[in-house]
Design a protein around this ligand. Structure first.
Ligand SMILES: CC(C)(C)CCc1c(C(=O)O)[nH]c(=O)[nH]c1=O
Length: 310
């Protein structure tokens, strides 16, 4: 039974990756993931310069997952680009370089740097940042998405994936797919955390994280049905050349199986990886193989995208 996967020419010896943002901000953390059963690693979304991020507490675990408003703490693009250049092309382990500029110009500046570097892997463009502080995130402004991709593809000749926040309206799936289908994108990664949730502690009668009055992105059990809907909704609308990375609510082999049934080529684990560490990749690989064996599947291609309707 094989858990191998690919996104275009990029091969993954295991379908499981970490998700950007959790336990992936330092070279030690990234090396640990590369040396694990995972099929590669994704770097914490980078900004052009290092950032401290928001005040703590800025992430809180709950029985159903987690809430965060980290504020993009990271060591800056050069740090991750250097790691990516030094660790690419090692036995089918992909290093995916995630970037999240705080403006269109910052994203274009980082893409120019990546274009001019010796990095040969996949870049993941995180569109959950607001274009202008206080405005909606880029991914919820469809013309802004078209604008930034038009500008990027004028000079960026390497392969790029787009990290999207969840959409909650079927017409929004139509709109974002109509934009993305116009560009030579390698993959779409769906979903990012569900934005601006609020966790309340009734004992202390308080919010649980300091930034933004307690509002933050939700991950974990809270998001799986939304993640599966976005993977499926995008799979049914995106041109076949655009692969899908399924992210959101994965903590078992069964969850991975569901994401692949909905159309995912590769999956990423965030919240649960934060709880368990790299051993999760062994546990979930084993669970997924058991499910496949029970069903008589030997490869992920046997069931990818084959979700039945009633
Ligand atoms: C939310 C942003 C700070 C605009 C982007 C970085 C990010 C963060 C973060 O660094 O706060 N948290 C998430 O759950 N997803 C993200 O994409």
């Amino acid at each position: 039974i094989s858990l191998k996967a690919n996104i275009g020419k990029y091969r993954f010896n295991n379908v499981l990756l970490n998700a950007a943002g959790i336990r992936c901000a330092t070279t030690d953390e990234l090396t640990k993931i590369l040396h694990s059963t995972a099929g590669g690693c994704v770097t914490k979304s980078a900004t052009p310069q290092p950032r401290e991020g928001n005040e703590s507490p800025r992430m809180k675990a709950t029985p159903m997952g987690c809430i965060n408003s980290m504020g993009l703490p990271n060591h800056g693009l050069d740090y991750y680009l250097k790691f990516a250049e030094e660790n690419q092309d090692k036995n089918d382990n992909q290093v995916i370089l995630s970037i999240a500029g705080l403006s269109v110009d910052q994203n274009l500046e980082m893409l120019h740097k990546i274009q001019d570097s010796s990095f040969t892997g996949l870049t993941e463009l995180n569109l959950s940042c607001p274009n202008i502080k206080g405005e909606s995130q880029i991914a919820y402004d469809f013309e802004a998405v078209r604008d930034i991709l038009t500008k990027a593809f004028k000079f960026f000749k390497k392969d790029i994936g787009i990290k999207l926040p969840p959409y909650f309206d079927l017409h929004q799936f139509d709109q974002i797919a109509a934009v993305l289908n116009d560009f030579p994108i390698a993959y779409v990664n769906s979903i990012n955390s569900i934005g601006n949730g609020l966790v309340v502690n009734a004992d202390t009668e308080s919010v649980v994280i300091k930034p933004k009055g307690g509002f933050g992105g939700l991950g974990g059990d809270y998001v799986k049905p939304t993640a599966l809907a976005n993977v499926r909704g995008l799979r049914l609308r995106l041109k076949p050349e655009i692969a899908i990375i399924g992210t959101g609510g994965i903590k078992s082999g069964r969850d991975v199986f569901e994401h692949i049934l909905c159309g995912a080529n590769v999956v990423q684990i965030g919240t649960a990886f934060g709880f368990d560490g790299v051993s999760i990749f062994d546990r979930i690989s084993k669970e997924l193989k058991e499910i496949m064996a029970e069903k008589g599947y030997t490869s992920l291609d046997d069931f990818r995208g084959k979700l039945k309707t009633l």
